[in-house]
Design a protein around this ligand. Sequence first.
Ligand SMILES: Cc1ncc(COP(=O)(O)O)c(C=O)c1O
Length: 638
Amino acid sequence: MSSSKHSDWSADDGAALYRIRDWGNGYFDVSAKGEVTVKVAFPEGDVQVPLPEILDGIRQRGLQLPLLLRIENLLDAQIARLNESFRRTMQEQGYRGSYQGVFPIKVNQQRQVVEEIARFGAPYRHGLEAGSKAELVIALANLPADGSLVICNGYKDREFIDLGLRANQLGYRCVFVIETPSELPIILERSRALGIEPLLGVRVKLSTQVGGHWNLTSGDRSIFGLSISQLIETVDQLKAEGMLHCLRLLHSHLGSQIPNIRDIRAAATEGCRFYLELLREGAPMGFIDFGGGLAVDYLGSCSRDSQSRNYSMDEYCSDLVETVSRCLDGSGAEHPVIVTESGRPTVAYYSMLLFNIFDVTRFDPGDLPKRLPEEEHQLLRKLEAVLQRVEEADLQSSYNNATFYRDELHELFERGEVSLRQRALAQDLYLAICHRIKQQLSGEENIPSELQGLTEQLADIYYGNLSVFQSLPDHWAIGQLFPVAPIDRLDQRPDRDAVIADITCDSDGRISRFIDTSGSRTTLPLHDIEPGEDYTLGAFLVGAYQETLGDLHNLFGDTCVASVRIDADGSFEITREDRGDSIADVLGYVQYNARDLAEQFRRTAEQAVREGRISVAQRQEVLERFNASLNGYCYFED
Ligand SMILES: Cc1ncc(COP(=O)(O)O)c(C=O)c1O
């Protein structure tokens, strides 16, 4: 379909429909040709590279869809924005401390992600946060031993503590954040045994409660951190052991994706009060860690919706700096190093999942006869009459009648009183009525609630080559929204409403909620596609949490991954290519051995030869197919 057929529609309309400039954070746009582009800022000026061009380059190198595409420049840009924003606001506000960011490894543990953060973050001395022994190992292997900050959260056993203490001897600054009272005696015992003093932090339960999805880490009933009485016990214990001078950091993470800046300010104020009280108790302190929470605007609505945020990154940085100054000035306390553990905003923009649509089911009526014969079943004739009168009749009443006659006919079918063809005709008449009602409703403001569901009821199903469970687990588990849009044809008006079913055989395997100004919508406008036509969609902002939370439902494993670096002249380099899981790979995850399976199948085929059911040549063919399957991509292949 050429764009000239849609002279009333431009690429800008496409950009607005999919809200690309709203959620894109300046990183995504749409070209005049209707292609989604990635935009990267260079000193020489911005460059924009169309995603279809990048995808072509990757496909030519043999990687297939679904594909997780990482644009390294976007990760670097987010680290730079965060650090620069704190630096700028500290300078403007005359803040006398400094900022140190740490990336929480749990948000995306993939090797190339952490390596890139360590590499690009080095000039900013961007550190890492580890919530487990495995993550501590990753942190130590990736950061230089030159005072790099490693915040150790989570429950720490002797092994964890010994490694952190020894690492500090090497030159790291591993801070053990005490989450429960039971940790302190172990830390003190290991410190004495190894003769190394620890750097300690305390995580406190703030009473400030925040909005959003991930708020169980806030409030008095939070499962993490020390209660007030436990905090006092910890301070007393440190005093008694002569170790209070080791207490350097206050930690107050409230949860991920905090949509309301006022909650962040309130929590930071409460955190500062704890900080001051710990100074008063005699602890040297020096670091105040506000954890994560800096949200990503998945909706692009700049609102207090849990999938959005009502503030910018600059406002977040400036508010934290101002809060700390305001709370501490007057007390004589020095300005501390402000630490944040922003993971989601660091990596979310960096990755997108590209997947193709391989089939479509439509809920359009088939061709209807001009007029039903007189002798046709009375219920079918009634449906025909409803159809003919949709324009004049009350729409709700047409819908009620159509539904009633259709259901009656279904009952007759069950009793064997109408034929399969009559039931099919009833279905077509019913769909024709619903479509006509939907047409009549377009532009209406007060739509009766039942009729509001018609768009969803009549939506096409676009079958996407992806597993929601593997690639968008938070959409399946907690209804998190990710922007989804075609990566091309945005200069053409999309004339279908669709939901997206994934490739797993599970009714939950679908994307049926999409971003909208008012929060979410149940269908996505998409373009009509011919059978076999290439149509690629992107699910954007998936760099945070999705990769490692994903699971192997129906044995759909890791997708292909490609990392790309865009240069100032608009060219790009594919810096990394990882083939997605083969069938043998995913079978290995569930303890099957590909060789054993091949051998079992060989025996079955050999038996068939001996029993004369297939020839030797046919045996070879089927075995070749079996082995090719084992080596093939676990997703739908062209
Ligand atoms: C202790 C801690 N720090 C940082 C983060 C990352 O937070 P965010 O996803 O808001 O970047 C988390 C995640 O919830 C966390 O538990």
